[in-house]
Design a protein around this ligand. Structure first.
Ligand code: KIV
Length: 286
């Protein structure tokens, strides 16, 4: 994959040309592989809370953790556009700090853009962040940071009225200048409607085949997250049992003295070893 960074305007230009690819990453090794594979956009998602930090809710992750991981990802991404996912505290609890926090993703962590989930004050905050010159990706449908207000982790927009609300949110975010919108857990035909109405790309997760692009959490795709698997996840490989097998083999070999063998050890010349063996301290020898 070429090292030239993909720009926001190139992402916009992909709409109706080819599907856009996006995955999450939280560290240097995985971000390097995603970048090498030619993934268009890497999201440093607040799903960090669940799949890396072992927390129950994405609300529990804060700016410090997000910036720490975002820095590792941007060190790796030579091609992919990197999106910093703004954590709950950074714009929903403290809307007055939203611009400052978005700037920290760009200036300190070297992200290219940020993502904000829909909430009551979303339009106001999005407007301010875009006005500060920071490209924003919107996120509507199932928004995990406020899932309690949506009746839990459920498909959104399942009746005409709810679907109409989603369409309006998408249109408002486009009007404000968002460069794309994530549609999470939305019926495929509603995602299609929104995708047709907007000029900016829609990125689906649990939103069917008609979106302009797709995103998955990398730990789900690799089979590295065993706590639960949503219906929309396709595991492209199941790494957990493979890792478990390798670690068990290592454990057994260490206990049985089978590892490390000579092949994995360093040597010293016999004559140097003999000098130690005659008992005279090296400092007294001539
Ligand atoms: O944090 C995350 O991983 C996300 C994706 C599910 C879009 O927001």
């Amino acid at each position: 994959m070429e090292n030239k960074k993909i720009a926001v305007k190139e992402i916009l230009a992909l709409k109706n040309k080819r599907k856009i690819t996006m995955l999450t990453a939280y560290d240097y090794p995985l971000a390097s592989l995603l970048d090498k594979a030619g993934i268009d956009m890497i999201l440093v998602g607040d799903s960090l809370a669940n799949v890396v930090l072992g927390l129950k809710s994405t609300r529990e992750v804060g700016m410090n953790e997000m910036l720490h991981h975002a820095k590792a990802v941007t060190r790796a991404a030579r091609h992919a556009l990197v999106i910093g996912d703004m954590p709950y505290e950074s714009y929903q609890i403290n809307p007055q700090d939203s611009v400052k926090n978005a700037q920290r993703f760009i200036e300190e962590a070297k992200c290219d853009t940020v993502k904000l989930e829909w909430f009551d004050g979303c339009l106001e905050v999005t407007k301010k962040v875009i006005k500060a010159g920071i490209p924003v990706m919107g996120h509507i449908g199932l928004t995990p940071q406020t899932a309690d207000k949506l009746g839990g982790f459920k498909v959104q927009g399942k009746d005409a009225q709810a679907a109409q609300r989603l369409i309006k949110q998408a249109e408002d975010l486009e009007k404000l200048g968002c460069f794309s919108i994530v549609l999470e857990c939305v019926p495929d035909k509603i995602a299609q409607l929104i995708t047709q109405k907007l000029k900016i790309p829609t990125i689906g997760i649990g939103a069917g085949q008609y979106c302009d692009g797709q995103v998955l959490v990398i730990h789900d795709l690799l089979g590295l997250f065993e706590r639960y698997t949503p219906k929309f996840v396709k595991k492209y490989i199941d790494l957990s049992p493979l890792i478990l097998k390798a670690v068990e083999e290592y454990r057994n070999e260490v206990i049985q003295g089978k590892f490390p063998t000579k092949k994995y050890s360093f040597s010293i010349k016999e004559e140097e070893l003999k000098k130690l063996a005659d008992g005279t301290p090296l400092s007294l020898r001539r």
